[in-house]
Write a protein that binds this ligand. Structure first.
Ligand code: HH2
Length: 284
């Protein structure tokens, strides 16, 4: 696997865990819906995450929480494009657009986005075409079905095998369309059509995903699996569990973690890195 993830003009080094900060420009995201729903608030939030150490900002204008309805692309575009344009201009970090819609992805890249993050895993041929027409980095995520119904009794015979096979198949489709391998990053899609047991199995299998030959992204921040394990019903009170998953992911082969709480995650990863790289003989 390449030591860098190529995202437009940015070459992201992967030797340290890369932190992607979440900027939801939505009224209804599961943990921060409405908190940064105007352009001004979203830009301010993005700038704050960069000051806290975010390596990437992921800007989304459509909640894909379980049960959510699809947002029309024009509404989504109106939410995200002005934010992407400002953040691309005012920060030095790559800006990612979190979208399932080809027209939004294309316009976002024109507005300065360097990554297309598709929770549908580029299943839509128009998304493959949008990817092939630009040089942005691409996040290929696994989701079972659609957000509206994905949590209705999700079933797999072999969740790790099926999710891996899907990611490999979609990455190959992108490569056939002319996308260079070093632009692709894969994501098992924590919480997207998965029970708690499925999510835990996928997180335990991260070393296998890392073997697929692409950087691996994990997004578990504040998600229901943390509530299922701990009994914490309020997503904003799931920081401890979110940091635990980020550390687990970093220690088991993930290259990128997608998080709401950048400052705390960076701090935890810095301490983890210092411990993991220290020489116990030398310290004596
Ligand atoms: N999770 C969410 C959204 N986008 N993208 C990737 N690659 N991986 C993820 O796990 C992922 C994602 C859901 O989280 P959030 O954006 O906070 O919520 P909502 O979809 O309600 O806006």
């Amino acid at each position: 696997m390449a030591a860098v993830w190529q995202c437009g003009r940015h070459a992201l080094a992967l030797e340290r865990t890369v932190v992607m900060g979440i900027v939801n420009v939505t009224p209804d995201s599961f943990s921060d819906g409405g908190d940064h729903a105007t352009t001004e608030e979203a830009v301010k939030h993005g700038l704050r995450l960069v000051s806290e150490g975010a390596d990437i900002l992921d800007v989304g204008g459509e909640s894909t929480r379980p049960g959510s309805e699809e947002v029309p692309p024009d509404v989504e575009a109106a939410r995200v494009l002005p934010v992407i344009e400002r953040l691309a201009r005012e920060t030095g970090v790559p800006i990612s657009v979190d979208t399932r819609h080809a027209e939004v992805a294309h316009a976002a890249v024109e507005a300065g986005a360097s990554i297309i993050n598709d929770v549908s895993g580029f299943r839509d041929p128009a998304m493959v075409e949008a990817a092939a027409r630009c040089d942005a980095g691409l996040v290929v995520m696994h989701m079972l079905g659609e957000p509206k119904t994905m949590q209705v009794d999700p079933r797999y015979d072999d969740v790790v095998g099926e999710v891996s096979a899907f990611l490999v198949e979609r990455a190959e489709a992108l490569r056939k369309a002319g996308v260079d391998a070093d632009r692709i990053c894969v994501d098992p899609g924590i919480g997207f059509g998965k029970t708690l047991e499925h999510n835990l199995a996928l997180l335990r299998a991260l070393p296998d995903f890392a073997e697929l030959g692409y950087p691996v992204l994990v997004g578990a921040s504040r998600k229901r699996m943390i509530g299922d394990v701990t009994g914490e019903a309020d997503p904003k009170r799931r920081l401890g569990g979110s940091v635990a998953v980020a550390l687990w992911a970093a220690a088991h082969g993930a290259h990128v973690v997608r998080v709401h709480d950048v400052r705390e995650t960076k701090q935890a990863l810095a301490v983890w890195d210092a411990l993991a790289s220290s020489d116990p003989e030398g310290a004596a």
